[in-house]
Design a binder for this molecule. Structure first.
Ligand code: IMP
Ligand code: MG
Length: 211
């Protein structure tokens, strides 16, 4: 039977990006408190690796965000996402670096910025391992630290899920059951894999893109 996933970013490539990002973060941040604020749940593996690759002291906390799905808009007028669990720490006078595994439309990160602006922070920036710029709907989002940009494909592994599965895969894979019509590919293997994936029209993947 055909495998439903295909590797897009190898463990070696992930290690490279984690080290590179950690080096930049070490170089950029002055002395003082730096919080790594992990976005639940997809950032958990990346956060663990990044935190250990960073040499300066850091503190860790987490934030939960839920995308508003179709049918939930009436109960949440004007909201595209909701903060479901707030960090337990007090951030006043700290630098905060929001850590996510992947940024897609940007709605989640924007919601987190909206929340963090109410706290008294010295600075707030974002670090994401993966970015899908072609999917962005939020304008003017500044992602200071991006590991690598990927095309418009649905990925799993390295903490990221499809309906809570695949999070423990050590590398990042394209999930075949996806509905993407415009793909740019990295390898010829990925190209033939995705050309099949793109013809499938499983809108349910988009419906599950939270946490
Ligand atoms: P955004 O709000 O559209 O930027 O979506 C960000 C969140 O959606 C991420 O934190 C992930 O939880 C989830 N997400 C977006 N794209 C993917 C993907 O390709 N695989 C797994 N989760 C994804
Ligand atoms: Mg998810």
């Amino acid at each position: 039977m055909e495998q439903p996933i295909m590797q897009l970013v190898s463990e070696d490539a992930i290690r490279y990006h984690v080290q590179e990002l950690a080096g930049r973060i070490d170089a950029d941040y002055p002395d003082g408190i730096l919080y790594l604020l992990g976005v639940l749940k997809g950032s958990w593996v990346f956060l663990a690796d990044l935190a250990r690759a960073i040499k300066r002291p850091v503190r860790i906390d987490f934030i939960g965000v839920k995308r508003i799905r179709r049918g939930e808009e009436l109960a949440n007028p004007g909201q595209a996402a909701l903060i479901t669990s707030c960090p337990q720490s007090v951030f006043a006078d700290s630098h905060v670096l929001v850590v996510d595994g992947i940024v897609d439309t940007g709605v989640t990160i924007k919601q987190i910025f909206t929340y963090l602006v109410t706290l008294h922070l010295r600075s707030v920036q974002v670090v994401t391992l993966l970015d899908k710029p072609s999917r962005r709907t939020v304008r003017g989002l500044n992602l200071k630290y991006v590991g690598c940009q990927i095309p418009d494909v649905f990925v799993v592994g390295y903490g990221m899920d499809y309906e809570q599965d695949y999070r423990n895969l050590p590398s990042i894979h394209i999930l075949r059951r996806c509905a993407y019509k415009h793909c740019v590919f990295y390898t010829s293997d990925a190209e033939s894999f995705c050309s099949v994936a793109c013809m499938e029209n499983d809108a349910s993947v988009r419906e599950t893109e939270t946490e």
